[in-house]
Design a protein around this ligand. Structure first.
Ligand SMILES: NC(=O)c1ccc[n+]([C@@H]2O[C@H](COP(=O)([O-])OP(=O)(O)OC[C@H]3O[C@@H](n4cnc5c(N)ncnc54)[C@H](OP(=O)(O)O)[C@@H]3O)[C@@H](O)[C@H]2O)c1
Length: 296
């Protein structure tokens, strides 16, 4: 389907070194009126989402929940096999089955991010949602032992990667017809309060709040909404240490309560399904009894 509008003029063709996107399902033929209806009415049906870090944890849970809610979902992340597994978990493809595209992408690489959003534009002609989720905790070491490369690795993924994806999505949403869309950034309770030995992670998650606020403000003229979900202790690879014992502010080690990633996913789907005239600016979803509220 041809749609008016350019992808911001910066999208480049996928580089030869990039794995080609794979897709299945039959929802690449949306009509502009259908997209308009979905945007204005808030119905998720036929809308197109990009989820970064979709090969594991929260990204996988959110991708599966969006697919179950009728979204067409583009799965992005570095590991092609992990993305393929998310796609497999969505169930069998078919004319009425899920519409999914997988696109191996390193969000720290500008040319790969450009290729991702160019591929989305080419295949679907629209973008309604970016779940800006890819992230890394980095090495948990005392501040004085944090190497420059450790710092850079976390900043590159959590902040620069989030910026690159948000900018590419923003350009697409501004240029498309009908104009607009939604960006949901994955912050953290660490966007508010640090854990011990988490300087790079905490600094980048605080920075994510600035990204969210600026995107919200700069998106106003273009019907681009931006919100942030701040998660505490969803059971994923990243939070494995919380289930075995993790350093507390008082110096003790403690096992912390966790919650299921699907409970996060349900919140993201709710945020995503709102009409663009409404926005959940910030939402905190946390394991009820984790040591956060109450200073421990
Ligand atoms: N779990 C929690 O309780 C919790 C709490 C607060 C915030 N969060 C946030 O939730 C997000 C997801 O974390 P998770 O808990 O689901 O952990 P996870 O399973 O480790 O997920 C991290 C995801 O990020 C992707 N990723 C990392 N570097 C990337 C890169 N350079 N390019 C593209 N993708 C990259 C990984 O995929 P590849 O390795 O395939 O690239 C992976 O799928 C993170 O932003 C994290 O900060 C989680």
């Amino acid at each position: 389907m041809a749609r008016a509008g350019q992808v911001g003029g910066t999208a480049t063709a996928p580089r030869p070194t990039l794995p080609a996107p794979t897709s299945r399902g039959g929802q690449s033929t949306q009509t502009a009126p259908a997209a308009q209806e979905a945007r204005q009415g808030g119905a998720a049906h036929r809308q197109v989402a990009v989820v970064t870090g979709a090969g594991s944890g929260i990204g996988r849970a959110v991708a599966l929940a969006l697919i179950a809610a009728g979204w067409t979902v583009v799965l992005a992340g570095r590991r092609a096999e992990a993305l393929a597994e998310t796609s497999r978990l969505a169930g069998p493809a078919g004319p009425d089955g899920p519409a999914i595209m997988t696109m191996p992408t390193d969000v720290t690489r500008p040319e790969q991010v450009d290729a991702l959003f160019a591929a989305v534009h080419e295949r679907f002609g629209q973008l309604d949602l970016l779940f800006n989720n890819a992230g890394t905790f980095g090495r948990a070491v005392p501040l004085e032992e944090l190497e420059y490369d450790d710092w850079r690795a976390v900043v590159d993924v959590n902040l620069t990667g989030s910026f690159l994806c948000a900018q590419a999505a923003f350009r697409t949403m501004k240029a498309q017809e009908p104009q607009g869309g939604r960006i949901i950034n994955n912050g953290s309770v660490s966007a508010h309060t640090p854990r011990p030995h988490s300087l790079a992670y905490t600094a980048t998650k605080h920075a994510m709040t600035g990204l969210t606020k600026s995107l919200s403000l700069d998106g106003r003229p273009y019907h681009i909404a931006c919100g942030q979900i701040d998660i505490g202790n969803a059971a994923t690879e990243m939070t494995g240490r919380m289930q075995t014992g993790i350093l507390q502010a008082n110096g003790q080690m403690a096992v912390e309560p966790v919650m299921d990633a699907t409970d996060v996913a349900r919140t993201v789907v709710h945020m995503a399904a709102l009409p663009l005239s409404a926005n959940v600016q910030f939402a905190t979803v946390m394991a009820t009894n984790m040591p956060y509220i109450g200073r421990g």
